[in-house]
Ligand binder design. Structure first.
Ligand code: MGD
Ligand code: MGD
Ligand code: MO
Length: 767
């Protein structure tokens, strides 16, 4: 598959099979194999000495924040190190000794590299110097930083309107970089700030803002130690947030119970062997008490059934729901109860596919406990009804009065290590009057008041030639977004695409007519200005702001920090005619923090308070303050059931992460917990479905979606018999993004439907 702006670029790279071996899926996470893999990855990429000395600084108070997920650090980090297998892999990727330099690009054209797999592209190493891909050429060549800035400024000035510029952010950036970037984009004159969270937790942000008045979760780490019940819905922490397993273990040790809701029985949720304790390594703790194997996208049906049964019990037992809490703090209780009558228990039971006994067990547990935490991630957000999925979780918590008290609350488990912080400091496509007023007062210019474009609409604008310059602060836009072919057409029409990146990825190959690579420092690297080593700040998944300070020698002397690069672009664009002193800000993070503290609520004390364990930002739910909401009350919601009208040969496909990747960065070809070795082109299928269609293990199929009569095809997947509900399939992203339609996304949040794509299969006979 290839499209062209005169270059012959492959969109998918090599899709040959790599030599699969199957094992039984695991029934525990972490343990000795995790330690072994962490050591293998870091030693291989960094060398043993550097690996060991660096890992010991990860997530420690004077060290650097893990470049992986956003799970918070405990106040007293473990002496054995506060990192996990996948954090170690994230570090190894960033700190690798391999380099992508001038000689690399001389040797390999973008056409050639595009034929490699994502795995091979990522393993090429760290970007080391600014490079340009000139119009009509197929080799990147070096460019000076100043010339790169001048070119960007020139292309930005050539636009008919600032709204023809698109400025993407991925959630790895620091608060300081994100704040400066948002400030520049607004000074330039647009709110076109699509963000990785548009594809991630946007549904959570929308649902939580509308029901509870803040788009973030309410729990703190220590709440897990006090919770009576923790529900983990649509999330695979064993792989994506391994340090969360320690929190779940503490909950269990204190007598709490864990309910998991997932179409798959993920190993990490079954049993945890803590690599940070010797006894934990051998014995481990069993985690899940009740696993509800819901069908894909039937969580609303399942939660509604649970709520309906609880409501029935509540008619004779006034301790089942927290009636005082409901009366004092909520609105819409009666309407919610009345709406339940519109659904029969049989209908809900059939829709969710869970057994009656398991529902009864769950209802009994929830009826007698009042400290409930609900955690969730992409299994809830990436559906057409993603916002409703989360609102139904909020309904349950409100009924139980499980908010604003220890051991209870909402816990959307964030993805990228600073995705939440980027939002807090101003990366958003919506207009905030409060922020605009603050910017005007502090910086002396008027930010635009027209709504900007999110990810799906930015793609559309580029596709329609209404946007012509694309700048990315991190990430791998082409591989992360839905609909690879459409997205490539969109990007390839741009006049200029600019990637501020640490590592080579497909977004450096599928580019505008001219493309720039601006290489930047990683989280783990020393960032010195004027002989002084500087720190940055980040916000974790629970709203705590703290410092991060790299310690490794930068991979190349030519690397610049993100704030410095943004300031360089801004300075070249404004040529000293703007009230903001860009260059000064780019060189002095204390000064950026001073400005953040004046502009953003909750950052007043950031300079001092970010020290050590850091500090919590204000959170109205923790205070049970719902003043911003209608009638100053938390809101119950009426949620609809998901409807998918499937033809007999169709399935619902969820696109998920293997244990060996960080989003579009492929660490390796194994998915250890699910028993897959050395292959990514696999599709998990129920054995009954295999029998129905006459498929055998390792049969090769294409996955095909067909929305509005447009066929999209992902070629060559091996069928794997797996414990997954009938009618459901699972395969890995990003390989499957080619079949996700760009114009089907969640209501209100516009998050692509990456977890419920209607597909059919075709045997691939080319094998
Ligand atoms: N090592 C590693 N860590 C990561 C990442 C990574 O790629 N690698 N990515 C980071 C990012 S950006 C994010 S957003 C998070 C992602 O973290 P997760 O959300 O855990 O990631 P996914 O693999 O997308 O897993 C979704 C889970 O939801 C389940 N699921 C799918 N559909 C449904 C459904 O309809 N209902 C229910 N109940 N469950 C469903 C799947 O079986 C799977 O267990 O992790 C972050 N951390
Ligand atoms: N089908 C499908 N699609 C999905 C998902 C899914 O579950 N299914 N998940 C979605 C989700 S949850 C997310 S968050 C997005 C992820 O979308 P992105 O955030 O755009 O993708 P990443 O793969 O995390 O980006 C990796 C690249 O970031 C760069 N990078 C790494 N660290 C740094 C840094 O410190 N600074 C800078 N400047 N660059 C850095 C490297 O060059 C690396 O190649 O994908 C989404 N897409
Ligand atoms: Mo994410």
């Amino acid at each position: 598959m290839s499209t062209s702006n005169k270059r012959n670029i492959s969109l998918t790279g090599n899709i040959e099979f790599t030599g699969i071996t199957l094992k039984e899926p695991k029934n525990f996470a972490a343990g000795i194999p995790a330690v072994k893999v962490a050591v293998q990855h870091t030693f291989k990429e960094m060398g043993a000495l550097e690996a060991l000395s660096t890992l010991s600084h990860m997530n420690q108070k004077e060290g650097f924040d893990c470049p992986g997920c956003a799970w918070p650090d405990p106040d007293k980090p473990s002496k054995l190190g506060e990192y996990c297998e996948n954090g170690a892999k994230a570090l190894a990727e960033e700190a690798t000794y391999k380099k992508v330099d001038e000689a690399f690009f001389k040797k390999y054209s973008v056409e050639k590299i595009s034929n490699w797999s994502d795995f091979k592209i990522g393993k090429s190493g760290r970007l080391t110097q600014p490079m340009i891909l000139r119009e009509g050429e197929i080799h990147y060549s070096p460019i000076s930083w100043e010339d790169a800035y001048t070119l960007i400024a020139h292309e930005l000035r050539a636009l008919n309107s600032p709204d023809e510029g698109i400025f993407y952010t991925s959630g790895r950036s620091s608060n300081e970089a994100a704040f400066l970037y948002g400030l520049f984009i607004r000074a330039f004159g647009t709110n076109n700030m699509p963000d990785c969270s548009n594809m991630c937790h946007e549904s959570s942000g929308v649902a939580l803002s509308e029901t509870l008045g803040i788009g973030k979760g309410s729990v703190k780490l220590e709440d897990f130690h006090k919770a009576e019940v923790v529900m983990v819905i649509g999330q695979n922490p064993g792989t994506n947030h391994p340090r969360m397993l320690s929190a779940l273990e503490k909950c269990k040790n204190n007598g709490g119970k864990i309910i998991t809701i997932n179409p798959l029985a993920e190993a990490g949720l079954i049993r945890f062997k803590d690599p940070q304790s010797i006894s934990g390594l051998t014995k481990g703790t069993s985690l899940t008490d009740i696993h509800l194997q819901v069908k894909i996208n039937q969580d609303v049906a399942l939660l509604k059934l649970i709520i309906k049964r609880l409501a029935k019990l509540a008619t004779t037992d006034n301790t089942v729901f927290d009636l005082d809490f409901i009366k004092k703090h909520t609105q819409g209780y009666e309407v919610l109860l009345a709406d339940l009558a519109n659904f029969s228990e049989d209908e809900l039971l059939e829709a969710c596919g869970v057994s009656d006994e398991k529902i009864t067990e769950t209802v009994e547990l929830l009826a007698k406990n009042n400290k409930v935490i609900i955690c969730w991630a992409m299994g809830l957000t990436q559906h057409k009804n993603g916002v409703d999925n989360i609102k139904e979780c909020v309904n349950l918590l409100l009924l139980k009065g499980s908010l604003g008290k220890p051991g209870a609350g909402t816990c959307p488990v964030r993805g990228h290590s600073n995705v939440q912080g980027d939002r807090t400091v101003g990366i958003m496509h919506h207009v905030s009057e409060e922020l605009n007023t603050a910017i005007k007062n502090i910086f002396g210019f008027t930010p635009p008041d027209k709504e900007g474009l999110d990810t799906v609409h930015a793609l559309e604008a580029m596709h329609q030639n209404k946007a012509k310059v694309f700048v990315a602060l991190g990430g791998n836009f082409i591989s992360a977004v839905a609909d690879t072919v459409y997205a490539a057409e969109a990007l390839q029409q741009c006049n200029l695409t600019v990637q501020i990146s640490t590592k080579l990825n497909r977004s450096h190959l599928i580019t505008g007519k001219t493309a720039l690579i601006l290489p930047t420092l990683g989280r783990s690297e020393k960032d010195s200005k004027n002989g002084k080593s500087q720190f940055l700040t980040v916000e974790n998944s629970m709203g705590k702001v703290h410092r991060t300070k790299g310690l490794l020698t930068p991979k190349s002397e030519q690397l610049k920090s993100e704030p410095e690069i943004i300031a360089g672009i801004a300075d070249a664009y404004f040529k000293g005619t703007h009230p903001v002193e860009w260059k000064r800000l780019g060189n002095d993070y204390d000064l950026i923090r001073e400005k953040i503290s004046q502009t953003i609520k909750g950052f007043k004390e950031v300079q001092k308070a970010s020290e050590g364990a850091g500090y919590y930002l204000p959170n109205n739910v923790r205070e049970l303050d719902f003043n911003k909401l209608p009638n100053k009350k938390a809101q119950f919601s009426i949620c609809r059931l998901a409807q998918h009208r499937l033809r007999p040969n169709e399935f619902l496909l969820m696109t998920i992460r293997s244990h060996d990747q960080f989003n579009t960065t492929i660490y390796g070809l194994n998915d250890r917990y699910r028993g897959i070795k050395n292959e990514r082109r696999v599709v998990f299928m129920n054995i009954a479905d295999m029998n129905r269609f006459g498929y055998k293990k390792f049969d090769v199929v294409d996955l095909i979606s067909n929305y509005e009569n447009k066929e999209r095809r992902a070629e060559k997947f091996l069928i794997i018999p797996y414990n997954i509900p009938k009618g459901n399939l699972a395969a890995y992203f990003p390989e499957t993004n080619i079949i996700v339609p760009h114009n089907h996304f969640a209501d209100k949040s516009n998050t692509p439907i990456s977890k419920s794509i209607i597909v059919h299969l075709e045997r691939n006979y080319n094998i």
